[in-house]
Design a protein around this ligand. Sequence first.
Ligand SMILES: CC(C)(COP(=O)(O)OP(=O)(O)OC[C@H]1O[C@@H](n2cnc3c(N)ncnc32)[C@H](O)[C@@H]1OP(=O)(O)O)[C@@H](O)C(=O)NCCC(=O)NCCS
Length: 235
Amino acid sequence: MSGHGIGATDTLPAMVRVQRPDAFRWRGLANQNPGGLSFWELIREDFGAHGRVPTPGFRAIAVHRFGNWCKGVHPRVLRSPLDLLYRWMQRRVVRRHGIQLEYAAEIGRRVVIDHQNGILVQSLSRIGDGCRLRHNVTIGRRRSGDATCPVLGSNVDVGVGAVILGEVHVGDDAVIGANAVVVEDVPSGALAVGIPARIVRRAAPDHDAVRAESCAATTDGSRDDSGELAVVDVR
Ligand SMILES: CC(C)(COP(=O)(O)OP(=O)(O)OC[C@H]1O[C@@H](n2cnc3c(N)ncnc32)[C@H](O)[C@@H]1OP(=O)(O)O)[C@@H](O)C(=O)NCCC(=O)NCCS
């Protein structure tokens, strides 16, 4: 049987087979912890953001930071046991606290996870600095197999039970109401509520100016930044 490629799965012991999809995604990914700070400085900052209390949210983020830090460890013979330790810790956090931060998700600085249970941030999602997530928040793909995940700007406040799906951009300082289902972009500083999320309040003009500038700077044309939310009800 072939020694590499998907066909090699059959030759692996059962335990390794279970972890194989993750192992594939793991390979080649860079450390996605925010740059400019060491691992311990990041942990210290996260601890401070969580009120200097080792809450489940802090633990989940610390394990996520550790998993990403592991990617930068060389040689591989040292990295592999650290990866295994990370996987064990991550599963423990999922089991005990119900917080699943997939390792390829990008978590910014001072992100706070209030409470626990039912929190999922899928791979490739990006959470900006200073965001706040509450329990039962899901940030991930719109359909299984999609490659695109949401991008949250800085200081986004995500209410309990909110769901943010697909290729959406949530601007800086936006607020997502409890139980909202966001499937379209939310401008900076806006308040989005309901299913599907509609904007009930927009930001002060300076937020819109910043947003317009960033849209103008987008040159690939793959996103329609003019549309904002499909259903817009602005007071
Ligand atoms: C979104 C939120 C921040 C809005 O607070 P606010 O700034 O005081 O906004 P308002 O109360 O003026 O609400 C504006 C409109 O949105 C509606 N609205 C507010 N929150 C809503 C929600 N979660 N779902 C649907 N509609 C909502 C209000 O009914 C109001 O509609 P109206 O103008 O037709 O009357 C707040 O309602 C919320 O959902 N917070 C989540 C916080 C959270 O998760 N707490 C859990 C702690 S563990």
